[in-house]
Design a protein around this ligand. Sequence first.
Ligand code: HEM
Length: 167
Amino acid sequence: MAGEADYDMLMHLTGEFAGRFLVISLIATPVAMIFPKGKVGKWLVRNRRFFGVGAFAYTLLHTIFYLIEIPLEKVVNEFFEIGILTGWIAFFVFIPLAMTSTDAAVRRMGVSWKKLQRWVYLAAIMAFLHWALVNVQDPHWKPALVHFSPVIIFSIYRIWKHYQQKQ
Ligand code: HEM
């Protein structure tokens, strides 16, 4: 068993990296749309899948550390707490997305691959809420918002653009 401080540090690090990779994978398309001639957007889009898989890999590590450290009885008892349940939902949504991240899956699934990938937004909302509320007595809205603000801002921009084009 890891010491309390080691466990906290491992959870914090793996959680933050999972969140950061997720955010990078989500801002790739809007950055490329807003700066169509920019190299950064093109690079992000080309590597988007790697960032997504990276987010899943860190989430998996994060979950494994949790399951090693926390007794099964506690895992079961706190499953439905808002700060934990949101983490589990993000994790379970990530699994099919990561499993279909290969070129072969993209080819085989065609249009339904794109539809499946949209579930990443649910995973992102759940990951955000989990980050903010995992310690519900002392919510961490600030770091969660700082990390997810690019996704929030770009999402608002994309919705606004969508309605502009409709009019
Ligand atoms: C996309 C999925 C996930 C992301 C991005 C994520 C992110 C994070 C982050 C950033 C923290 C640190 C919060 C802070 O110290 O301010 C954290 C803590 C934590 N996460 Fe996750 N997490 C995810 C999934 C999960 C899952 C599936 C579990 C297992 C149920 C879990 C359990 C925990 C626990 C127990 C802590 C608190 C650790 C402590 O005692 O300090 N997380 N998570």
